[in-house]
Design a protein around this ligand. Structure first.
Ligand code: UN1
Length: 506
C-alpha cells in the first residue's frame, strides 16, 4: 500500500458522467465537491451534478444498446464479466486506496470490498452458462412446455457509499449477465469509486451504452426512478428514500429491489465462548466504523455473562486505533461526513435522556491525525431497554447498544422487537438452540457463532420486514430478479388441443 503515493496538488480534478461510451459533463455544467472524510483538506474532485436531461440521455443510450446486448449469447456476456474480474484483481490495491481515500474505511477493508466485486464477477460470469429455464410435462399429448428467461430492459442502479464497489457490482453484474443494460448512479459520497469501477468495466469490454454512469444527488436519483423507459430499479440506501422509490415504482409498474436499514442483533447466551464473542463483537460493531447495513448494533446478552463481556469489550474498544484508513496501523476510520457526526451525536443525547449509560465513547475523537476528519469514538451504550430509540433506530456509526436478558426466549423477543430484519447472530455452544434460532429470529440472514457482517457473494443477501421488499441480492436468487420468465408451449399434435377441456372427462 505504501508503494502508492498520493499527492494532493491542490487542484481538484473535474470528473464526468459516462454516457454512451463517452465521458461528458452534466448538461448544466454544475458540479459537487467530494472530500476525504479523514483528511478534509484533501479534495478528491468535482463531480457532475446531473439532472433530468443527463438521465434522459443515459436512459436513451441504454435503451438503444439493449437491442444488441440482450441478443448476444449469454456466455459471451460472461466472458466480459470474467475480464472485469481479471481487471479488478489487477487494479485491486490502486482501487482500494482510492476507495479508502474517498469513504474512509481502512485499506484492508476496501481490499475486501474489491474482492467481493471480484467474486461477484466470476460468479456472474459462470452463471451465464447456467441461466436455466425448465421443461415440464404437458397435460396433453404431443405438446412441449417450457419456461425460459428473458432480460428485462434498462436497469436503474442506485447505491450507497459504504460498499462503493461491491454493492454496485451485486446489482450490475447479474443485470449484465441476464442481458440488461444499466444506468448507474452511485452515492454522491462515493462518486470517484463509482467512476473508477465504470472505467474498469469499460476497459474490460462492456460496450458503449450498455453501462452508463450518471453522477449526482437526490435529483438525479429521482429522475432515474421516474423515467418511463427505466424498467427496473435496484436501490441500496435509507428506508425513507427506499419507501419513496417504492411508491413511484409501484405506480409505474417497475420491478424493484430494495436493501435498506438494519438494527442487527447479536444474541450471546451464557454458554457462549466469550473470547470468540469479543472478536466477533469488535469486528461486527466497529468494523467499517459501524457503517454497514449489516453492522452489529445491538448486543443482547445473558445477564450471567453481561458484566464480564461488557468490560472486556470496553477494553478492546478504547484500544482501537483510529485514523486515516490508508495509514498502515489504522483499525477504524472516520464516519462519512458532518451530517453523520451530528446524527450520531444526537443519539447520545437521546440515549442519556432515555436512561441509558454511555460506558465509553459518546463523543468525537480528537488527537493527532484526527482533527481534520469526521472521527467518532467507538461507543458502548449499556442499560439499554427494548423500547428505547437507541434499541430500535439505525444510527449508522460506531455505536453498540447493550441489552441484558435472562433467557433464550426473552432474547428472541427482544431481537425481533424492531421494524428491520437484515442480519442477526447467535453465540451458543448448544446445537439445539442454534437450530431453533435459525427459525425464530426474524431476519434475512442469521450467523451462528459469527458476527452479523461478512456475507459471501454467492449467497442470497437481503432482509425481511422494513429492510427489504422480498428480493435477494447475491447468490443464485438475484438472477431471477434480473430476468423475466417467458412460458412457451409448443403443440406438435397437428390439431387444436384445448387445455382443461379436451383432456378432462366430466
Ligand atoms: C452493506 O452494508 O450494505 O455482509 C453490505 C457484509 C458485507 C456487505 C455489507 N459483505 O457485511
Amino acid at each position: 500500500m505504501n508503494s502508492i503515493i498520493y499527492q494532493n496538488l491542490g487542484m481538484a480534478e473535474t470528473h464526468k458522467n459516462y454516457i454512451d461510451g463517452l465521458w461528458q459533463d452534466a448538461a448544466t455544467g454544475a458540479t459537487f465537491k467530494d472530500i476525504n472524510p479523514a483528511r478534509n483538506a484533501d479534495v478528491i474532485g468535482n463531480f457532475p451534478e446531473s439532472g433530468v436531461e443527463d438521465v434522459d440521455d443515459a436512459v436513451r443510450a441504454a435503451r438503444h444498446a439493449f437491442k444488441k446486448w440482450s441478443r448476444r449469447p449469454a456466455p459471451e456476456r460472461g466472458d466480459i464479466l470474467r475480464r472485469i474480474g481479471d481487471l479488478l484483481t489487477e487494479r485491486k490495491s490502486e482501487l482500494a486506496f482510492q476507495m479508502t481515500r474517498e469513504m474512509g474505511k481502512p485499506f484492508f477493508e476496501t481490499k475486501g470490498d474489491v474482492q467481493e466485486a471480484i467474486d461477484t464477477a466470476y460468479y456472474a460470469g459462470t452463471e451465464t452458462r447456467r441461466l436455466f429455464g425448465r421443461t415440464v410435462p404437458s397435460e396433453m399429448p404431443n405438446k412441449f412446455n417450457m419456461s425460459l428467461r428473458r432480460p428485462i430492459g434498462v436497469c436503474g442502479v442506485i447505491t450507497a457509499w459504504n460498499f462503493p464497489v461491491a454493492v454496485p457490482t451485486w446489482k450490475m453484474f447479474p443485470a449484465l449477465a441476464c442481458g440488461n443494460t444499466i444506468v448507474f448512479k452511485p452515492s454522491e459520497m462515493a462518486p470517484h469509486s463509482g467512476a473508477l469501477l465504470v472505467q474498469i468495466m469499460a476497459d474490460a469490454g462492456v460496450p458503449p451504452g450498455v453501462l452508463n454512469l450518471v453522477q449526482g444527488s437526490a435529483n438525479a436519483g429521482r429522475a432515474l426512478v421516474e423515467h418511463p423507459d427505466v424498467n427496473l430499479v435496484s436501490f441500496t440506501g435509507s428506508t425513507v428514500t427506499g419507501s419513496k422509490i417504492g411508491e413511484t415504482c409501484g405506480r409505474m409498474h417497475k420491478r424493484l429491489s430494495l436493501e435498506m436499514g438494519g438494527k442487527n442483533p447479536m444474541i450471546v447466551l451464557a454458554d457462549a465462548d466469550l473470547d470468540l464473542v469479543i472478536d466477533g463483537l469488535v469486528w461486527g460493531a466497529f468494523g467499517t466504523t459501524g457503517q454497514r447495513c449489516t453492522a452489529t448494533s445491538r448486543l443482547i446478552v445473558h445477564e450471567d455473562v453481561h458484566d464480564e463481556l461488557v468490560e472486556n469489550l470496553r477494553q478492546r474498544a478504547v484500544a482501537l486505533k483510529l485514523g486515516y484508513g490508508n495509514d498502515d496501523d489504522t483499525e477504524m476510520g472516520p464516519v462519512i461526513n458532518q451530517a453523520a457526526m451530528d446524527k450520531i451525536q444526537s443519539y447520545m443525547d437521546i440515549a442519556k435522556d432515555e436512561g441509558a449509560e454511555i460506558l465509553t465513547g459518546g463523543k468525537p475523537a480528537s488527537g493527532e491525525g484526527l482533527d481534520d476528519g469526521f472521527f467518532f469514538e467507538p461507543t458502548i451504550l449499556t442499560g439499554v431497554t427494548p423500547e428505547m430509540r437507541v434499541a430500535k433506530e439505525e444510527i449508522f456509526g460506531p455505536v453498540l447498544s447493550v441489552l441484558s436478558i435472562s433467557s433464550y426466549e426473552e432474547a428472541v423477543q427482544v431481537a425481533n422487537n424492531i421494524e428491520f430484519g437484515l442480519s442477526s447472530s447467535l453465540y451458543t455452544s448448544d446445537v439445539t438452540t442454534a437450530f431453533k434460532a435459525m427459525h425464530d429470529i426474524e431476519a434475512g440472514i442469521t450467523y451462528i457463532n459469527g458476527p452479523t457482517i461478512g456475507a459471501e457473494a454467492h449467497m442470497p443477501f437481503g432482509g425481511v420486514k422494513g429492510t427489504g421488499n422480498g428480493h435477494r441480492e447475491g447468490g443464485w436468487e438475484v438472477f431471477d430478479f434480473y430476468s423475466e420468465t417467458k412460458t412457451v408451449y409448443v403443440d406438435y399434435s397437428g390439431q387444436l388441443q384445448k387445455a382443461q377441456i379436451d383432456n378432462v372427462d366430466d
